[in-house]
Write a protein that binds this ligand. Structure first.
Ligand code: TRP
Ligand code: ZN
Length: 522
């Protein structure tokens, strides 16, 4: 029986709103005011039991609380009426110059294309001390540009080694260039910043987003808009880039990142530096690191794929042999979906209960809770499947989220059925669920996105048969892998390869207010 946890909503008042004081109106080459967050955390509260907004991945009924060890909150002076926890309100007024995502109007920035992020994090002190080098190409003549950066103090911004004027406005880091950057020209943007990253706590999401600090170390859970809590970013899935991430950690700790470890050094003071590089483009929300006492195991398969897991030392016992299925799962999915799209894969296990797992690129994030539960294998399959659907092909806009969660849920069902897990598809088909279009910030990860999304994929398979279904999935990957795609792109592809009737079936499943009937399997 599938057990669902009721959606746990972390209530908050205003954590997402930051104030930069007088820096708003004046450009500086040095930020003089301190960015403060008005509230740093609140306690988790349960959503009404009647909600259908549950995560689709099967999870044990545990309390979701990503805040276990956050600093205590000073509630004095809190504006209780402040809607800062609603992410849709967070950035609505900042739509100018943004990518214009309907779900998050202020997220991401138009006018340039980031080629690479080179992020250096020093985690040896009380606060994070960081530098980012961002290579970008202007898509229009740029008198300046914005980056997304949530909190943190910015010390300096340089463009092609010249200090430039900048100011902060909420989540925006606004850079003014001395000389406009002409269309097609590239620039190297250097940002020196520091502070303690504050995860974004949102009413509408079951988890606080971004860079998380614990007594045992750090990790990252950003989807959808948390990347800007730890680096200045064009924080929208459309702008994929290469990443190099350097972490300096205290003696005895390990830094883990996406892609592969390319260098590790012990410094004179005993601290250690780890450099990880991802050689395939990545959306910002999928970029992650972790630091702490992690045991990293690395194995190279015959086909060159590197399997790298990072398990916190205190989670090694609980993890046991649970991750041993990874290689077989990859082989099964490759046969269905085409080649695994990245240079490496692995799972990060952190020593706490997250309530969720997350498909961080090449380094899926798991808490001990799911690893220890009977749902471990289905959810391992789900996060791995996201590497084809979500990571390699990312959503063109956030309301295309069913392309991530529906396909990953379908793959999770498929895997579970293979290992004898019963008929989850027909079970799901009995639940009436809302359509998959017009998804707003508060419903991105609702049950329908997962289950009606998964049923959409299954309905297509049943209609066109396994062979055409495989053809569609592999063409989907060939055409859109490494980039983004929309619901319309998918429907067009189905039309092109299988004709208008199956495309219409997909449309009904995505858009129709009533839930279509799932045809029998043949
Ligand atoms: N994409 C995740 C999943 O499928 C769910 C998720 C979204 C999530 N945002 C998150 C999990 C943030 C943890 C933290 O399964
Ligand atoms: Zn998912």
């Amino acid at each position: 029986m599938r057990r669902l946890i009721p959606l746990l909503i972390l209530a908050l008042f205003g954590a997402a709103c930051t104030s930069t004081g007088g820096a708003d109106s004046e450009f500086t080459t040095e930020e003089t005011t301190t960015t403060t967050s008005r509230a740093q955390r609140t306690t988790g509260t349960r959503a009404p039991e009647t909600t259908t907004t549950a995560p689709a991945t099967e999870t044990p009924p545990e309390t979701v609380d990503g805040n276990d060890e956050d600093p205590p909150v000073d509630l004095s002076g809190l504006d209780v009426g402040d809607p800062g926890g609603d992410m849709s309100g967070l950035t609505a007024e900042r739509a100018l110059n943004s990518i214009g995502d309907p779900t998050f109007p202020g997220i991401g920035n138009a006018g340039y294309d980031v080629q690479s992020y080179d992020i250096t994090l020093d985690l040896t002190g009380e606060e994070l001390v960081a530098e980012a080098v961002i290579e970008l190409v202007a898509q229009v003549d740029l008198p300046g540009f914005n980056l997304d950066l949530e909190g943190m103090n910015v010390d300096e911004v340089r463009v092609d080694d010249e200090p430039v004027l900048f100011r902060r406005d909420g989540r925006e880091l606004i850079v003014r260039l001395a000389d406009p950057l002409p269309t097609g020209a590239s620039a190297s943007v250097f940002v020196a910043y520091n502070g303690t990253p504050q995860p974004i706590v949102a009413n509408d999401l079951p988890f606080n987003l971004g860079f998380q600090t614990r007594s045992w170390g750090t990790f990252v859970a950003s989807e959808p808009i948390g990347a800007a809590t730890w680096f200045p970013a064009n924080d929208h899935p459309q702008d994929k880039a290469l990443f190099t991430i350097t972490m300096t950690v205290p003696s005895g700790e390990t830094g883990v990142g996406p892609g592969q470890l390319i260098e590790s050094t012990t410094n004179a003071d005993g601290s250690e530096t780890f450099v990880w590089r991802a050689r395939e483009p990545m959306s910002t929300y999928l970029a992650s690191v972790a630091t702490g006492d992690f045991e990293v195991s690395t194995e190279t398969l015959d086909n060159g794929l590197v399997i790298r897991h990072a398990v916190h030392a205190s989670s090694v016992g609980i993890t046991g042999t649970t991750l041993d299925s990874t290689v077989e799962m990859i082989a099964e999915f490759e046969a269905q979906f085409g080649p695994y799209p990245f240079e490496s894969y692995g799972v990060l296990v952190v020593p706490e209960s997250l309530g969720f797992a997350l498909e961080n690129q090449t380094l899926s994030l798991f808490g001990e809770d799911i690893i220890a539960s009977s749902a471990a294998q289905p959810i391992l399959a789900h996060e791995l499947a996201h590497h084809w659907f979500g990571d390699n092909i990312s959503p063109a806009a956030w309301d295309d989220i069913w392309l991530n969660e529906g396909f990953a849920t379908w793959a999770e069902w498929w895997w579970t059925e293979r290992i004898g897990g019963g008929d989850r598809v027909d079970q799901a088909a009995t639940i009436p669920m809302a359509p998959l279009s017009g998804i707003d910030a508060s419903s991105l990860f609702d049950l329908n996105v997962y289950w009606r999304g998964g049923l959409t994929v299954e309905a297509l398979r049943r209609e066109v048969g396994d062979e055409m279904f495989g053809t569609i999935l592999r063409e989907w990957t060939d055409r859109y892998g490494g980039g983004v795609a929309s619901t319309e792109n998918f429907i067009d592809l189905v039309t092109e390869l299988a004709g208008p009737a199956p495309a219409d079936t997909v449309s009904q499943w995505v858009f129709s207010p009533a839930m279509p009937q799932l045809p029998p399997d043949r």
